[in-house]
Design a protein around this ligand. Structure first.
Ligand SMILES: [Cu+2]
Length: 416
């Protein structure tokens, strides 16, 4: 009898221990979208399951541009550096990393550079999994030892039962125990951080129509006044910036480069003179999201844009809309009521490809710009949101189909 039990136990042990040893979730990939003047790029930093390892970094775009990126990786722990390059839509660069912890990836495209802070995380085994594995091992050794020695001493049987009980107890508790933080993770701080104070500015201070200028967002901590440099990547970017002309005719959705701690910049070229509104969606680590807004003016004669948007050969997918893409979406109820949910359905011309981690995005702005909402669509490109007040709203639905980013503008009237 005891031989059968021992064989059964050995089988369990053989099955359980190697399985545990292999339950190493390789770190998830990090996707960071950045808008360079030469084109918008999504950098994909692959996860690693152990160090040292090559860190694979690849670059993707809605429309493959072949844009060449210079990459430089620096460890903030020991200052070690490595460099490589990646071409949009082609294979990854392999940058060696020796340890887990904080890193900076410097990305160059054209004459611009962005520095992306991130952490290399290596999954770690929780202490209680070691307790469980150890207990299984002790129980197994005692049983096997007892069988081999032909002994059934109470001490052996008691010890094996106790160790087995510990192992099984820990195994049953496993789903309820917290996972171990991965190696290289940031120390846990008290949840919640102060609000960010944000200010938009342009260089030159008064941009001209059709001319490239830089829009900069400076973020400071609402408690210390120091630069905010702990933005979490959400929806595949540290910041989502929407620029709209006051009349809603011009729309840009961009992902600025981090040019210094707390400083985000993006190069733009706008076709029409007048007042523009800028809204940035940001999220600090371990905190909620926040919307930061500002305004600036563009002077000069209207300079209608050619299609595609600009003449540079490696331009990002155009966001100005062709007239045939302004087909009316279906809005339910047909006469939306302030404060009640409204559903918007967009008919799309082909299968959707995920963009910024979602099948589709809907951005809605009140006429005065005081209200801006960003909703995400379900697979059929249906959005539900609540408009707070009566009035006219500008809306832009964005999705990717056939390797093309489509932006469809429309308006919604809320009567009461
Ligand atoms: Cu975005």
């Amino acid at each position: 009898m005891i031989r059968v039990l021992a064989a059964a136990f050995l089988l369990v042990l053989w099955a359980a221990v190697p399985a545990r040893a292999h339950v190493v979730e390789s770190g998830a990939e990090l996707r960071v979208t950045q808008t360079f003047a030469a084109g918008e790029v999504t950098l994909v930093i692959a996860g690693v399951s152990s160090v040292p390892a090559p860190l694979l970094v690849s670059a993707h775009a809605v429309r493959s541009t072949g844009l060449q990126l210079g990459l430089e990786l620096r460890s903030l722990a020991d200052g070690s550096r490595s460099a490589g390059s990646a071409r949009v839509g082609q294979g990854p660069a392999a940058l060696p990393v020796r340890q887990a912890g904080p890193y900076e990836l410097r990305v160059r495209a054209g004459g611009e550079a962005s520095v992306i802070p991130f952490r290399v995380l290596v999954p770690a085994a929780a202490p209680w999994t070691m307790v469980m594995d150890g207990a299984f091992l002790v129980a197994g050794l005692l049983v096997v030892g007892g069988v081999l020695a032909g002994s059934r001493s109470r001490l052996l049987v008691g010890g094996a039962s106790a160790a087995g009980a510990v192992a099984v107890a820990v195994m049953l508790l496993t789903p309820y125990l917290p996972p171990a933080p991965p190696e290289g993770a940031a120390p846990v701080t008290e949840a919640g951080r102060p609000y960010v104070q944000g200010r938009f500015s342009t260089l030159p201070a008064r941009p001209a129509t059709g001319a490239e200028f830089t829009l900069t967002l400076r973020l400071t901590d609402g408690a210390t006044g120091r630069p905010v440099d702990d933005l979490a990547v959400h929806h595949e970017a540290p910041a989502h910036v929407v620029i709209t002309s006051q009349d809603g005719a011009v729309f840009r959705h961009v992902h600025p480069l981090r040019t210094a701690p707390g400083v985000l910049s993006v190069r733009l070229r706008l076709p029409s003179p007048g007042r523009y509104l800028a809204h940035a969606e940001i999220e600090r680590q371990e905190s909620g999201g926040q919307l930061v807004s500002g305004a600036f003016a563009v002077a000069g004669p209207a300079r209608p844009e050619a299609e595609p948007q600009e003449t540079a050969p490696q331009e990002t997918a155009p966001q100005e809309t062709a007239p045939q893409e302004t087909a009316t979406p279906r809005i339910t109820p047909a006469e939306p009521v302030a404060g009640s949910p409204v559903t918007v359905e967009i008919g799309v011309e082909g299968p959707l490809q995920p963009w910024l981690g979602m099948p589709g995005h809907l951005i809605v702005r009140s006429e005065d710009g005081a209200y801006l909402a960003h909703a995400h669509g379900a697979a059929a490109l249906r959005f539900t949101l609540t408009l707070p007040d009566p009035g006219r709203y500008q809306a832009w639905a964005q999705y990717v189909t056939g390797d093309r980013l489509v932006t469809r503008p429309f308006t919604m009237e809320v009567d009461r």
